[in-house]
Write a protein that binds this ligand. Structure first.
Ligand code: RP5
Length: 161
């Protein structure tokens, strides 16, 4: 199976990414996590992205806050799909990172999830890999069924006083 790369702009983003690691582990998807910054280590970030395909990666997840250019900077260096997680790390509540990540120019897509939406980033990465992986698709289906059943159980247990 292809690996998922989880790149964060700073180690201060790590707590947000717990939800992504959890989902990737649950689905037994091999992944690597790294700290590369679009601004502080632009050469290393570009090098990682440009060699990601030959290094066995299938999807890149990029989490960054503030002027969050990481996902776009990685996308500029690879034709692998890049998923951006805008991180809420400043006084602007993540809106700065959301707009910096989502407003990519035509020709350079980044699939942007919600602010701090790490779990969905991992699930979207899994769904991309599952296009060519029936076992992974089955695992995703089982997760959807469990999610469905949990809501049905909550509905049955709902009591309004
Ligand atoms: C961004 O700036 C990082 O992704 C992080 O969310 C934010 C703050 O970084 P630190 O100053 O905590 O390293 O580049």
């Amino acid at each position: 199976m292809k690996k998922v790369a989880v790149i964060m702009g700073s180690d201060s983003d790590l707590p947000v990414l717990k939800g992504a690691f959890e989902q990737l582990k649950k689905l037994e998807i091999p992944f690597e996590a790294h700290v590369y910054s679009a601004h502080r280590t632009p050469v290393e970030a570009a090098k990682f992205a440009s060699s990601a395909r030959e290094n066995g990666f299938g999807v890149l997840i990029a989490a960054a806050g503030k002027a969050a250019h990481l996902a776009g900077a990685l996308a500029a260096q690879t034709t692998l799909p890049v998923i951006g997680i805008p991180v809420k790390s400043s006084t602007l509540d993540g809106l700065d990172a959301l707009l910096s990540t989502v407003q990519m120019p035509s020709g350079m897509p980044v699939a942007t999830v919600a602010i701090d939406g790490a779990a969905n980033a991992a699930l979207l990465a899994a769904q991309i890999l599952a296009v060519e992986d029936a076992d992974l698709a089955d695992k995703l289906l089982a997760m959807r069924k469990a999610q469905h059943d949990a809501v049905i159980a909550k509905d049955a247990a709902l009591k309004i006083d």
